[in-house]
Design a protein around this ligand. Structure first.
Ligand code: ASP
Length: 339
């Protein structure tokens, strides 16, 4: 983890750059529907203008990176974000970065950035569950909270965070848990890392002194091809065959229970692993850790256990490892342990 040398000058406001990518936080009511809305309509400046007093918390700059619903988030936007954040921190242009983002894949972008941004300055992702034109839109309050967190000196050294509904989550554990509720984000294995209200930012504990596992920003999109295979009752190996047929270099199993799956799928995954495809066993359960060599024998199968990483984040870690040329199964397992 690279230490950053600048500190906020006494009496000066922290400098925060807002990178806008779209999502419901930038959504506007759809004129053709009583309930619908279109994500990614308002600009970064519109979002700032909707929060009275934001300029009293920090000196703000806004950059529009994209304006898409996060269901369409993609490798190119991830690389654009990573390069922009590197440029901002390397040039000491800001003390923290806030990324506005749709909530559907915010946990994936947070996890990606957590593993490619080496600076100890904070990156805070924020979204909203209601569009900007809704009654009780939650975007403005969430954006204010995110800027407060990014501007707080205690936020340094905590990597990338996600802030919604007064709650601060770490990138590794945060996940969306409800389709529509404003209290949708949880960190099932560790709990939130802090809370924020209009008066204060409160972290539950000190920042870790352990170095974060980071990778070089991948050279180009798309990232290496890794597929997720979703396990269910009555399953055969069709999804595995399909992934391999489309050139997957890695497969993540969203397994049942402790990362298990049907016998034909286990056989197909093990055969793939023995041919050099990286196979990671995660779980569709949503909390807990997939235990290595418990229900399935990873040593014999040639597979890796995702431990506490969910399938979507396991996929990203595998992509970063592959893009960094790390394909040795023991080293991949170690990375999952360190993630
Ligand atoms: N579909 C939207 C998105 O992820 C949902 C949201 O932002 O809450 O962009």
């Amino acid at each position: 983890m690279a230490a950053s040398s600048s500190t906020v000058a006494p009496g000066a406001l922290p400098r925060i750059t807002i990178l806008a990518t779209g999502g419901t936080i930038a959504g506007k009511a759809n004129a053709n529907s009583a309930v619908g809305y279109t994500a990614g309509q308002a600009t970064a400046q519109d979002l700032i203008d909707a929060v009275p007093g934001l300029d009293k918390i920090a000196t703000l700059q806004a950059v529009q990176i994209s304006n898409i619903g996060s269901q369409d988030m993609n490798d190119q936007v991830w690389l654009d974000l990573a390069h922009k954040i590197d440029e901002i921190f390397a040039g000491d242009q800001a003390d923290g970065v806030v990324v506005t983002h749709g909530t559907d894949t915010i946990e994936e972008t947070a996890f990606f950035l957590d593993h490619v941004v080496a600076s100890d300055k904070p990156v805070v992702l924020v979204g909203s569950m209601r569009p900007s034109t809704a009654l009780s839109a939650d975007g403005p309050a969430n954006l204010r909270s995110a800027v407060q967190v990014a501007a707080d000196s205690q936020a340094r050294g905590r990597g990338t965070m996600v802030v919604l509904n007064d709650t601060i989550h770490g990138a590794k554990d945060v996940t969306k848990s409800n389709t529509t509720s404003v209290q949708t984000f949880t960190s099932p294995n560790s709990g939130p890392i802090g809370h924020v209200d209009a008066a204060a930012v409160q972290f539950a504990g000190p920042a870790t002194t352990q170095p974060r596992l980071t990778f070089p920003v991948p050279g180009k999109a798309p990232l290496p091809h890794v597929d997720i295979v979703y396990s269910h009752a009555g399953m055969d190996a069709t999804q595995v065959d399909d992934a391999l047929g489309h050139g997957a270099l890695g497969i993540v199993l969203a397994g049942v229970g402790d990362g298990n799956t049907a016998k034909p799928v286990v056989d197909a995954l093990s055969a793939a692993a023995k041919r050099g495809v990286l196979v990671v066993r995660s779980s569709r359960v949503g909390s807990g850790s997939v235990v290595r060599n418990a229900e399935l024998n990873d040593d014999e199968l040639g597979t890796v256990s995702a431990l506490g990483l969910n399938p979507a984040k396991s996929r990203i870690l595998l992509q970063l490892l592959l893009s960094d040329g790390i394909t040795d199964v023991a080293k991949v397992q170690q990375a999952f342990g360190d993630s």
